[in-house]
Write a protein that binds this ligand. Structure first.
Ligand SMILES: C[S@@+](CC[C@H](N)C(=O)[O-])C[C@H]1O[C@@H](n2cnc3c(N)ncnc32)[C@H](O)[C@@H]1O
Length: 385
């Protein structure tokens, strides 16, 4: 043993109290948790800020569910839509929402506290920054509504962690945990594809600024949904041929959607399952946008091997999805997505290192990371054969 080994299960499971590091860590945690320490810290000017930050962080963690319910109430009552273009009086808002004045006052106070709306001196209510973002992005409102279902599944998180059965969220993502895409019916495929379509804008913008598709002739988007990502790439790359592979009912929907966007002549759609059917060959760029993360490791590896089999020397695979890590954005993404995928019964928010391990196991060699402006939403990686 050279003492430099990274944390491994064996090390993590070492009996408590062994080693100086473990004893120091246990002492530190006892001290930070003690009343006496917290009272002392609250009196010391320089340390007071740290105590307040910790208290605020814990308060927010504990209050998270209530905050999200405030957001849901605003969306369901169409408060952001009502205030989208102009401010309104409380009388007007009571009429629009159908709430009693007392209930409305409660909602407005809560939404103001969360910086969703703000009250001007003349008494009218307007959108604040966060409310304005929701009002102008239908994808965010769709996600907020969708979360009501996910949170029902998460109402008993311990039971969810201890079990493996079906959930509402796994039924919504009809392919979740299945190696057999044939079981996905068109109605279910349409429902999740619509949600993906609405939330694709931000992701596509991130990928386009992180990776230059200009060097490619044909882009094959694997698990490409209704083609929204391809259509976004097409806008700035008029000569790129657009190929899409997805489950048969989704690919059929994409064909119609791409034709409606006027992109039929540039598009080819392929229906199949990447677990059972070979991916089409001939594209010099392949993309997996929010697809790999949906699957547990064995399935993710099978998918990467399928992509690898369709590629030649010089072709590039672009992976875009939320990624875990230790910086503020990624650790929050990881906490959220790990529990989202728990409710979905399949998938992981992987770190770039974990994705790299899977890519290597699938036979990829030149693996790189791209910087994105919003790592909370998506990371971008590239790999070559
Ligand atoms: C989370 S959605 C992402 C859609 C799109 N890439 C986006 O970012 O908006 C995952 C996509 O993978 C597709 N998919 C899941 N399992 C599949 C399989 N076995 N074969 C082909 N596509 C599959 C789904 O139909 C869905 O369109």
């Amino acid at each position: 043993m050279d003492g430099t080994a990274p944390a491994s299960p064996a090390r993590a499971d070492a009996p408590q109290g062994q080693g100086l590091t473990a004893r120091l860590r246990a002492w530190r945690n006892r001290m930070i948790g003690s009343d006496r320490f917290q009272r002392t810290v609250a009196r010391v000017p320089l340390l007071r800020g740290i105590a307040r930050r910790n208290a605020r962080d814990l308060f927010r963690l504990n209050a998270g569910f209530l905050y999200t319910q405030v957001l849901l109430a605003c969306v369901e009552l169409r408060l952001f839509d009502t205030l989208r273009d102009s401010g309104k009086s409380e009388t007007a808002l009571a009429a629009e929402t159908g709430l009693s004045r007392a209930a409305l006052a409660r909602l407005l106070t809560a939404a103001q506290g969360l910086k969703l709306i703000t009250r001007l001196k003349d008494g009218t209510w307007w959108l604040a920054d966060l409310g304005a973002v929701v009002a102008h992005n239908p994808g965010i409102a769709a996600m907020i509504r969708h979360h009501a279902m996910v949170y029902r599944d998460l109402a008993d998180p311990v039971a969810l962690l201890r079990s493996t059965g079906e959930t509402e969220t796994s039924r919504f993502w009809a392919y979740a945990g299945q190696m057999d895409g044939a079981s996905v019916d068109p109605e279910r495929a349409e429902a999740y594809s619509r949600l993906m379509h609405l939330s694709q804008d931000l992701i596509a913008a991130e990928v386009l600024s992180a990776y230059d598709f200009a060097r490619h002739r044909t882009l094959l988007d694997i698990g490409g949904g209704d083609g929204t990502f391809l259509a976004e790439v097409a806008k700035s790359h008029p000569d790129l041929a657009l190929w899409l592979f997805d489950l048969p009912p989704v690919a059929a929907g994409a064909e119609t959607a791409m034709a409606a966007r006027g992109l039929a002549s540039r598009t080819r759609t392929f229906g199949g399952s990447f677990f059972d059917d070979p991916l089409p060959r001939g594209a010099d760029c392949l993309s997996l946008v929010r697809v790999l993360c949906d699957h547990d490791d064995p399935a993710a590896l099978a998918l990467l091997k399928a992509a690898r089999a369709a590629m030649r020397d010089g072709d590039v695979l672009v992976i875009a999805e939320p990624m875990g890590g230790t910086d503020d954005d990624r650790r929050f993404a990881a906490a959220y997505f790990e529990f989202y995928f728990l409710a979905m019964r399949s998938g992981h928010c992987r770190t770039p290192e974990q994705i790299t391990t899977l890519l290597r196991a699938a036979g990829f060699t030149r693996i790189g990371r791209r910087r994105t402006a919003m790592p909370l939403f998506t990371g971008v990686m590239t790999a070559r054969v």
